[in-house]
Every structure is written in C-alpha cells, then in structure tokens.
Ligand binder design. Sequence first.
Ligand SMILES: [Mg+2]
Length: 124
Amino acid sequence: MSGDEGKRLRDDLRAFAREREWERFHVPEQLAAALAIEAAELQEVLLWKSREQVDAFLETPEGRERIREEIADVYIYLVRLCDVCDVDLDAAAREKMTRNREKYPAREVASEAREGVFTKRDSG
Ligand SMILES: [Mg+2]
C-alpha cells in the first residue's frame, strides 16, 4: 500500500500477527478465505432487507456501527493479504481501473444503464 497511513496500517497488522505468532496462519489461502468470510458477514448485515430498509438501517447508530465494523474486517484482511502476497493495493487497483475503463466505455455503458441494463463483460 502506498501512502503513510496505508503503510502504518500494513505495519500495524504485520506486528499484530507477529506478536501473536499468527504469521504461520497468515498464508495467502487462509487470508483469502478469511477475506471472503468477512465479505459474507458484510452481506449478512444487509441480508433480506429491502432497499428502503437498508437506507433506514444505515441511518441508525447501530446500523452504522455494524456496517463499519464489517467493512473494517474486510479491509484488514485485504491489507494483510496484499502484504503477504507483496501486492501494492493502490497500484493494482489503479491498473485494474485502467482496464475497466477500456472494458466498459462510459458513453456506451451509460447509454445501456439509462435503459436499466447492465451487461457484465467477460471475467476478470
Ligand atoms: Mg466480521
């Protein structure tokens, strides 16, 4: 991760694992699974709620705290996974956005979106 705050968080998470002797568990396959599980927990917070119920939930202190906590869990595992895999998250995301701009040309896709259509274009 780039940026001082990002590096501080990465280093703090690295130290957190080292101090607990969890480094042996923090391997890519385990961290990827933990990330997916936390993403599912994030979905669970919003599960079976209507669009309106989600909006109302997110305006409550409890709802804000629940979503904030699960987003933090996802982010923590993502940052930790990037550290273990030696991936610069910001650079990877910027490169992916460059490819996404080519894959989803704004004028073409916005025209479809106005008609309520979203077409996912090949995987990746
Ligand atoms: Mg969680």
